[in-house]
Design a protein around this ligand. Sequence first.
Ligand code: ACO
Ligand code: ZN
Length: 444
Amino acid sequence: MGSISRSTAENDRPSSNGNLQPNHEATDDVDPPAPNGHSAGIPSENDAPRKRRTPGLLPLEVGTRVLCRWRDGKYHPVKVIERRRILSGPNDYEYYVHYTEFNRRLDEWVKLEQLDLDTVETDVDEKVEDKATSLKMTRHQKRKIDETHVEGHEELDAASLREHEEFTKVKNIATIELGRYEIETWYFSPFPPEYSDTLKLFFCEFCLNFMKREGQLQRHMRKCDLKHPPGDEIYRSGTLSMFEVDGKKNKVYGQNLCYLAKLFLDHKTLYYDVDLFLFYILCECDDRGCHMVGYFSKEKHSEESYNLACILTLPPYQRKGYGKFLIAFSYELSKKEGKVGTPERPLSDLGLLSYRGYWTRVLLDILKKHKSNISIKELSDMTAIKADDILSTLQSLDLIQYRKGQHVICADPKVLDRHLKAAGRGGLEVDVSKLIWTPYKEQG
Ligand code: ACO
Ligand code: ZN
């Protein structure tokens, strides 16, 4: 996306369909904690029947904190973000809630029955509450949140974060249809006002035009002659293809892609000047055409040596190695340009996990093979990974020591093997011999 990225980063873990999976304390996944009954260590009689109403409390005010029954059947702390009337009675409201332990992508409308009104807190001192929450978290949970918060909020000033959250607090489009998938969305996206009265959008999977009704899409599909993204196919290996789309030549496509991507990217500001970006669209191809799996965008000229602005794998395709493929691809382009690169900051929680996994695997593979000493500069030249990212990755793995004013890599083969195992699968390989590409040059 042509965008500034900012991430909120709390711990949750949607699976490929956007649902969450159970937490395992020992992993580094971004899982929600899955305690029994009330979460965050709050004592509970589990799923014992709950008291129904507390007179005078209803309807709940925006900002109220309360426990809410989530899709795992357990109660988790939430904050009421918005409310809406569903019938005419004074208590007939639905509430849009944010699960304070989870990422914003899990915010949702809930019914009054899901809330445990015995736990309503109306006037909470934020600082006291933060302290209490941190005491209830395990050290592992806290570390995960701290790490991601540092990455996610480093450039945020509080006022712009509040403004962003106020404007985007309630998800507008709930689902989209794209190719053979119906996909639940994660975040607000600023679609034009004429789409504000619809919960579902229908996308043409090739030109990415979007419509409010299925009939419109069917009529569109009869006329649309695209069977793959516009632009040049720069990579084809087996059934995988990459297309390069110039935002200046394909403005509408670029904008449609940004609207679509924003549904899955938090803290992104949509820029409408897609002219400044190239979009790299990853597709799975079959006899019906080339179906978009994910993409990344890249500024045509980046002062900050960014080699990737936004990256997305569409939810039905996530956790299959496509993210690592896209990341690897972005570094292959940097190698061809003879430059080092780094992703635009800050990274989202999932972005950070994917990058950390990629960097770890690439760097440790080299360290394992390389018998003699190797410097960070040499690693950077070989991989096109920016030296800062190499340093932070090796530091996070405790593989760096600072001796006599220099960083020294300490690579014990057993330790490398252990980290490599923990870094997970390698993802899909980029076969560089199949990449036909020359770096962007301004025409005229
Ligand atoms: N829970 C736990 N770990 C995860 C999860 C998850 N939901 N998703 C990815 N990871 C980690 C895992 O370590 C995974 O490796 P593994 O499956 O071998 O364990 C690794 O990240 C990457 O997995 P991939 O399958 O290669 O990546 P995927 O295709 O799922 O795409 C991506 C990753 C692009 C970050 C995807 O989650 C996504 O599109 N998220 C929404 C948009 C987003 O946050 N983009 C990054 C913003 S930052 C920026 O744009 C610069
Ligand atoms: Zn179309």
